[in-house]
Design a protein around this ligand. Structure first.
Ligand code: FEO
Length: 392
């Protein structure tokens, strides 16, 4: 039994083996959890259900506290199937419950599933009384989908934040402060980078709206990963930094190479940036998953992208990565395009154009025929120096 605070329990499930969350872009090396919370009051309430396939474990967790038939209220904070996938089963088991969600949740739920339940549509400020506790709903569209909402329990000072402030990490620990700091910080930042980065402007607005409500919050209980208990303001501050696209004096070099020449250029660029005291990290896109790259690039001032030319174009993995990166809608970034070619070029120009197409200011370009010679390596260094100068 996992207790958050008096009468509030964590009853969700742990997915130890998931490695590709919602498709193949978010590689979840540490697994994930699909959280659900039970408030055992006079009228017991369940907040969120879990991913399909985990129903047995989920019910077992609930039964440690009460029989599911006794649940009076089921709150559905978010439609996405990692939180709603077991709803057909749960609707049958929680046969005496009323169900709640936003209008958009209702619309999507009816399309996704065959359900014989009524969704009570709620909006910001609506409340339900459980007995000793009340739940207040706060719509948070685009944290993470248009249907999303959070639920607040004033008496226990718990904000059930759904996707907001989540982390993909499979653990039996209940609280974030029970986990090694570096691990939990990375999980939270990686989650933001991969799930929420493109939505930063709207998330910042919603966080500020919630802050203006002056809710007393001792616990932030997300739908993924452990609960924030101590210094909840720390994770809120981190979010406000990320939503602003705040950047560090850091360059991330991502490249794809056919015969090693583009990698030689990448190494020379890293060397030159380091000489200018810029933190530089390089990654072969064919050997590093996109989720890790998004995590590294979230706060990088400079995106340095390289590819060999093949058939007058950049290589396929780097092209896929740039497509992915564009979707993140990064702001305030500088770029450098580089790469080698054989009989004809094309990749460097194509990379520069692609970066520019989503607002990256391309400061310099560098190319090399076959294998970079001294003059071409110098061109890489000069391009890196130009970038470093602009980063000041
Ligand atoms: Fe965890 Fe947007 O679903």
């Amino acid at each position: 039994m996992k207790q958050i605070t008096s009468s509030v329990y964590s009853v969700g499930v742990i997915d130890w083996n998931i490695r590709n969350f919602h498709g193949n872009t978010f590689i979840t090396k540490n697994g994930a959890t699909y959280n659900s919370y039970l408030i055992n009051d006079k009228e017991p309430a369940l907040i969120d259900v879990v991913h399909k396939g985990f129903e047995e474990e989920f019910i077992k967790n609930i039964r440690e506290i009460i029989e599911p038939e006794k649940i009076v209220h089921v709150i559905l904070n978010h439609l996405e199937p990692d939180h709603s996938g077991s709803i057909e089963y749960m609707a049958k088991v929680c046969k005496n419950a009323k169900f709640y969600g936003t209008a958009k949740l209702k619309e999507g739920l009816e399309k996704y599933y065959n359900l014989d339940i009524q969704i009570n549509v709620v909006k910001t400020g609506d409340k339900i009384n459980l007995g000793d506790n009340t739940l207040t709903f706060v719509e948070v569209p685009m944290v993470h989908w248009p249907d999303s909402m959070m639920t607040y329990c004033a008496e226990k000072k718990v904000l059930f934040s759904n996707d907001g402030f989540g982390q993909h990490i499979a653990t039996t620990k209940i609280f974030a402060d029970e986990i090694e700091q570096g691990l939990i910080d990375k999980a939270a930042k990686k989650y933001y980078a991969n799930i929420l980065w493109p939505l930063g402007t709207m998330i910042e607005r919603k966080i500020n709206d919630i802050l203006k409500m002056n809710l007393a919050v001792d616990y932030i209980a997300p739908s993924h990963g452990p609960v924030w208990r101590k210094n909840v303001n720390d994770i809120i501050e981190k979010y406000l930094t990320w939503t602003k696209n705040s950047v560090a004096n850091k360059a991330v070099i991502v490249y794809e190479t056919m015969w090693g020449s583009t990698e030689i250029m990448a190494r020379e660029i890293v060397r030159a940036l380091s000489e200018k005291n810029i933190e530089a990290k390089m990654f072969d896109v064919a050997k590093t998953d996109f989720a890790e790259l998004a995590y590294e690039m979230l706060d990088a001032k400079a995106f340095v992208i390289g590819s060999s030319t093949h058939d007058n174009e950049m290589l396929a993995y780097i092209a896929g990565f740039l497509h992915f990166l564009k979707g993140m809608k990064p702001k305030n970034r500088l770029g450098l395009a580089f790469g080698s070619y054989g009989w004809a070029g094309g990749a460097v120009k194509e990379i520069a154009e692609k970066l520019s197409s989503f607002g990256v200011e391309v400061v310099a370009q560098a190319g090399a025929k076959f294998k970079p010679n001294e003059a071409e390596l110098k061109a890489c260094r000069d391009a890196a120096f130009a970038l470093a100068e602009k980063m000041k």
